[in-house]
Design a protein around this ligand. Structure first.
Ligand SMILES: *Cc1c(COP(=O)(O)O)cnc(C)c1O
Length: 382
């Protein structure tokens, strides 16, 4: 039987402004390295409140260049979370450095400060926390540890544009302003999109210049087009993408507010559904809602969870198991010898999560349908 509704897991919020901005670029000869690139970078730096922003063609490229900018080299160790999208650990391997995982905090779902210090060795160079699902990591304590051990921080803020951390009473600081460099991403499932894309932010002028050069084949502003001073990459973001990003960025507050509304509707509807827990929110932060991820009760196995996902999909509801532990991805097990049981908090949570449909234009009616189906499905399998 055909489901009554079809609801995707995510959907970009594209309006007339986005179309207008993109079409305008197409009428110019500057499809790449043109004025929209600089404009997007300046607007983004202003929004975050930092000195420099360097746009790149993906969040992954941004993470890679950030690690090059702090001179991560073969054999260096970078402490990061196993509960994330795989790119946040892969970027470390690109430089033949070693991702050293530390387990997560069950509330923030991000790297737990408790587990970081025991992982520090003489080879440790940096900490790479991820603000997973848009909930900020405990940056205050992570900064203290980094300072004590003289380590760099690179923030993976790819899921957390506009999230904030309370650093003093009623004083908030945006995620992406704590690290030496921080990275945001604009794939279509993120809060704002450029189609594909990412951006590095930093206050360090030398590191900003280095990232700018690395993204553009090792060219520097004071050289010629065919002079490559260092080994670089083509990680450029086109002006078409930047124009889309500018339109989205001008609407970011509106989009984030809509997403908060959607999250509140879910929480309201699901608060009496038994056997699930809703996303938690530390008191000292503001979430930027990237996804709405519920957790099944501990009595459910990973097979039960997978069955819930299967049944939801049969009902036309897009959903997914965000995220499988990175250390249990096949090639991490092969190359680093990780096994089930290595990071118990991550594994226990990861086996019970379900990401429900989540985007800014999701209606109350659709949420109603998702929540009703979810309750039915849980009733049948428990
Ligand atoms: C989206 C995302 C990235 C970057 O992804 P790209 O597809 O390369 O833009 C990196 N880390 C996390 C945690 C992400 O969610």
């Amino acid at each position: 039987m055909k489901p009554a509704m079809q609801i995707p897991l995510s959907s970009p919020d594209i309006g007339t402004l986005e179309k207008q901005y993109v079409m305008q670029v197409l009428d110019t000869p500057h499809l790449s390295l043109g004025p929209k690139l600089q404009e997007f970078e300046e607007e983004f730096a202003r929004y975050i409140g930092c000195n420099y922003a360097i746009a790149v063609n993906s969040g992954t490229s941004g993470l890679h260049l950030s690690l090059k900018a702090i001179e991560i080299q073969e054999g260096d160790e970078v402490i990061t979370t196993p509960f994330s999208f795989v790119a946040s650990a892969n970027c470390i391997i690109y430089e033949r450095a070693v991702p050293v995982f530390a387990d997560i905090d069950p509330e923030t779902l991000a790297l737990s400060p408790e587990f970081i210090e025991e992982k520090i060795t003489s080879a440790t160079k940096a900490i790479l926390p991820v603000h997973v699902f848009g909930h900020p990591a405990d940056m205050i304590r992570i900064m203290e540890i980094a300072e004590k051990h003289n380590l760099y921080i690179v923030e993976d803020a790819c899921e957390a544009i506009g999230a904030e951390i309370e650093i003093n009473k009623n004083v908030y600081q945006k995620t992406g302003t704590f690290g030496e460099l921080s990275v945001f991403a604009f794939y279509p499932n993120k809060q704002i999109t450029t189609g594909e894309g990412g951006i590095i932010v930093t206050n360090n002028p030398e590191k900003a210049a280095l990232c700018r050069s690395l993204r553009n084949q090792g060219r520097f502003d004071n050289g010629t087009w065919l002079q490559h001073k260092i080994l670089g990459y083509n990680y450029r973001l086109s002006d078409i993408n930047c124009a889309l990003g500018l339109a989205q960025l001008s609407r970011v507050e509106e989009i984030l507010a809509k997403r908060t509304q959607v999250a509140n509707w879910y929480s309201e509807q699901l608060k009496h559904t038994s056997d699930i827990s809703l996303p938690s929110q530390s008191k000292s932060c503001k979430i930027s809602w990237f996804v709405y991820v519920i957790k099944l009760a501990e009595k459910f196995s990973i097979d039960d969870r997978n069955l819930v996902i299967e049944r939801l999909r049969e009902s036309g509801i897009g959903c997914n198991a965000y995220f499988p532990p990175i250390h249990l991805q096949p090639f991490y097990q092969t190359y680093f010898g990780y096994r089930q049981g290595d990071f118990p908090v991550t594994e226990s949570i990861s086996a019970r999560t379900v990401a429900l449909p989540f985007y800014s234009n999701l209606s109350e009616n659709q949420i109603d349908y998702v929540c009703t189906k979810l309750a039915d499905i849980l009733n049948k399998i428990r």
